[in-house]
Design a protein around this ligand. Sequence first.
Ligand code: ATP
Ligand code: MG
Length: 383
Amino acid sequence: MKVIIIRYSEIHLKGNNREFFESALVNNIKSVLKDFQYDFSRSNARYVIRNFDETYLEEIIDAVKNVFGVHSLSVAEEVNTDYALISMAALEFAPQCGTFKVSTNRADKRFPMPSMKVSAEVGGDILQHNPDLKVDLFNPEHTVYIDIRENGKTFVYSETIKAVNGMPVGTGGKGIVMLSGGIDSPVAAYMMAKRGMSLRAVHFHSFPYTSMQAKQKVLDLAKIVKKYTLRMTVDVVSFTEIQTAIHEKCPEEYMITIMRRFMMRIAERIAKNHGAGAVITGESLGQVASQTLESITSTNSVATIPVFRPLIGFDKDEIIEISQRIGAFETSILPYEDCCTIFLPKRPVTKPRLAQVEKVESALDVETLVENALSNIETIVID
Ligand code: ATP
Ligand code: MG
């Protein structure tokens, strides 16, 4: 019978942690497989999927290999522990050409042959069927694995498919990601989900200055991110009143700096309302005027909870590479405008001094503006 073996990395599993880690991982695997029929079981630090429709093999593997916490997968043949059956299955996995070896692990010591002998005999059977193959014990191009389990069953397989690794989503606390329509913030969300964080998103839009397509683009990105975060809700906050107020009352070179401070305050309030302990942004040091150390200091100073910036040390090239890998890039580069690009000052301050920013900002009724924005949220659950 064809089965899928799912392995996870065990390094985090100490004491009580294990159950927490595993139950999150199992839930997450089951949630990405909710449209499939299969049996799921646990056996010795791995999971096994049986009795699935083999026409969906690729889909199942693609879904599971993107679940954080999964280390690798193998498609195996499961046979009763009997030499003839094991050897037959091994032939199925033997390569057509090149060098190979057989590697046996015998957990079931009742099986009479020691593992070295199983490897040697099965290797001999394979050679007999295909004399062009060569055995290479030290640096083979292919390895056929035989795993003799304690339950009277044996797995035979040859390929190990690398999965995403990381920590299961749900084991790393909860955060609010500030999701724009750009390249960086979806990647930032991915990075934090990879460390096990559950995420909710906030997006600021400035209707009617920004279009409905611009908002839809963000929702499309949220849907892509959801592949990794598994759940995703976006709070769409209308930013028009705040932007208009800043535009009217503050010198234009401070527009971006002060906007950022409002976004941060609102994101933090949303975090607190939803029991989240961190805010995540896609900032990368020095990328643009609003991402100098001074600008980040001015934004950061309104936050009272941790702000994670997982891309802070990344070059744009590196961010784009991840963006492409996670399937977000094509959507991110669609041309719709962001709320930050309207009212853009010709010459933004690149090194705002905090005292000056606070003075400029004092022309505004910050609390009322924040309250108004919070009472005007459109919450969208991504399915
Ligand atoms: P991105 O590619 O993520 O848009 P960026 O390079 O355009 O980033 P900025 O526009 O300076 O950089 O934004 C920095 C960060 O601020 C973004 O990564 C995002 O986390 C947040 N942000 C910016 N605009 C918005 C918005 N309209 N809604 C929510 N968050 C935003
Ligand atoms: Mg942007």
